[in-house]
Design a protein around this ligand. Structure first.
Ligand code: SF4
Ligand code: SF4
Length: 92
């Protein structure tokens, strides 16, 4: 069981120092989680520390490939509202 970081990671470095397993490393083009080292923070913390600190919705996935912070979970903006706003901006 391991989490993964995907391409929407903005390389902010926030997660790397929090990992109790030293499973996160800078890579090109973005940070990556070593699946062999990631424990999902089991035994160290109640929540996965990388996903708790990550400011980018959808950048960290659970073992099932689902976003731990799905769209709207951090901003509080429902995805349909964001889509409406983006369409309105692009129509200007
Ligand atoms: S879930 Fe925990 S152990 Fe796994 S990469 Fe994130 S911080 Fe490290
Ligand atoms: S906290 Fe999120 S955006 Fe920042 S480096 Fe880690 S995965 Fe990437």
């Amino acid at each position: 069981m391991a989490l993964s970081i995907i391409e929407s990671c903005v390389n902010c470095y926030a997660c790397e120092p929090l990992c109790p397993s030293q499973a996160i490393a800078k890579a090109d083009p973005h940070f990556l989680i070593d699946a062999k080292k990631c424990t999902e923070c089991d035994g160290d913390f109640a929540d996965p520390q990388c996903a708790t600190i990550c400011p980018i919705e959808g950048a960290i996935l659970n073992a099932a490939g689902e976003a731990i912070n799905p769209p709207g979970s951090l901003t509080g903006i429902p995805p349909f509202k964001l889509a409406e706003a983006m369409a309105e901006i692009q129509a200007r």
